[in-house]
Design a protein around this ligand. Structure first.
Ligand SMILES: [Fe+2]
Length: 395
């Protein structure tokens, strides 16, 4: 996130003596990536951001993963999840993960604890509901189809709307989530050829100035979850500036790229992180040659496991397989996958697709979270085969 922003009150010079209205020194915090060698922000606190008064280790309760054996495509039905099933203080259902990235689903009716992830950036995709994300940088109002990018070490909490709640696909990186380098100029501006621009990004609308004492914050590291109690609230911020902050991009602002014949998923890429990419499938006209095949070909992803989270709309290529809104499919490396039998002919002559989906391709094999087996459709691996009751689309 390279463009410069400033909110609230910051001193004229960096690292300059600054006092509050009652004469107390303001505490400056530098939050920076890659040591001091990449983007950073300077945050100005009324109290000391370092003052912890308690610390204890918590079990996260959600970190069990088992290998995907026998190697099978999987269909996880997130509408079967309930908030009661979730483990751990963050109430996330871990579904899939490897050493690079973890995918969880969260259903919130109540605010989460204050939390920060010291392992890497998080991408929260809003599947349903609305609410707000309160961060040390300020407030983000969120709605359906928002991607919310939270930088590593940014303290935040999620506050769902009282009536509608909030359901999220949570993508946790082991490192930083960035825009694809090919979308950016040498100095970080989104290029004309990118499928979105800076105007599509929403940044914090106002500071969440809170003054309180003895405030609990959960911190995730590679080793464990730690519960700190801070002497003062981390949101005692009067201002900040820099090129590192949380932001929101709504999938409806993604401008799809369409070709005469089928375009592969990289044209839908939106973000990338170490060992994975995130793509957005948005409604678009089908390939426009009269002889083009509108649905994807069968394919073997030699170097990646492919996850699709079906958000909304009509999922033409997997119609008849049980896939519906809220479904997550995993098509792992080593398994050749493709459209549902009959879907090619069914799609011929159709003007376009109304599908909304998030794709996460990982470059290392994904393992399965404990809850995955509880919401898995056992028929899905056989859905391409008539012998096992797989269905074909009527033309
Ligand atoms: Fe695929």
């Amino acid at each position: 996130m390279p463009f410069y922003l400033r909110m609230g009150t910051v001193p004229r010079k960096r690292h300059q003596v600054t006092r509050s209205e009652n004469g107390e020194l303001i505490a400056e915090e530098l939050m920076g990536k890659e040591g001091f060698a990449a983007e950073s922000a300077l945050i100005y606190h009324l109290g000391m951001p370092t003052a912890i008064v308690e610390a204890e280790t918590l079990l996260s309760g959600d970190d069990e993963l088992v290998p995907n054996t026998p190697l099978l495509p999987r269909h996880l039905v997130t509408p079967k999840l309930t908030s009661q099933l979730a483990d751990g203080p963050l109430r996330r259902h871990l579904l899939l993960g490897n050493s690079d990235v973890r995918l969880s689903y969260a259903i919130y009716q109540e605010p989460t604890p204050l939390y920060r992830n010291a392992v890497g950036d998080e991408c929260l995709f809003v599947q349903s509901g609305k609410g707000r994300i309160e961060t040390v940088f300020g407030l983000l109002e969120v709605r359906e189809k928002d991607y919310v990018i939270i930088p590593a070490s940014c303290t935040y909490r999620i506050v769902p709307d009282h009536d509608r709640g909030l359901e999220l696909l949570v993508i946790e990186a082991h490192g930083h989530i960035e825009f694809p380098a090919r979308y950016l100029s040498k100095r970080g501006q989104l290029l004309e050829s990118a499928p979105f621009s800076e105007r599509d990004l929403r940044t914090p609308s106002e500071l969440c100035i809170v003054e309180a004492t003895d405030v609990e914050v959960l911190v995730k590291t590679r080793a464990a979850l730690t519960r700190y109690v801070y002497a003062q609230h981390p949101f005692d911020v009067i201002g900040w500036d820099g090129c590192l902050y949380p932001f929101v991009f709504n999938m409806e602002d993604f401008e799809p790229i369409v070709k005469r014949f089928h375009a592969p998923p990289p044209v839908h890429q939106t973000f990338e992180g170490p060992g994975f990419v995130i793509c957005s499938f948005a409604p678009r006209p089908f390939d426009f040659d009269p002889e083009s095949v509108p649905v994807p070909y069968n394919h073997a992803n030699i170097d990646s496991d492919e996850v699709l989270f079906y958000v909304d709309g009509d999922f033409m290529s997997r119609k008849g397989s049980g896939i519906e809104a809220g479904s997550i499919s995993l098509h792992p490396a080593g398994f050749i996958h493709g459209p549902q039998p009959g879907s090619v002919e069914a799609a011929l002559g159709k003007p376009g697709t109304k599908e909304w989906a998030v794709m996460v391709d990982t470059f290392a094999p994904l393992e399965l979270g404990r809850v995955a087996s509880e919401i898995e459709d056992p028929n899905y691996p056989w859905s391409w085969s008539k012998r096992h009751g797989g269905t074909s689309i009527e033309v």
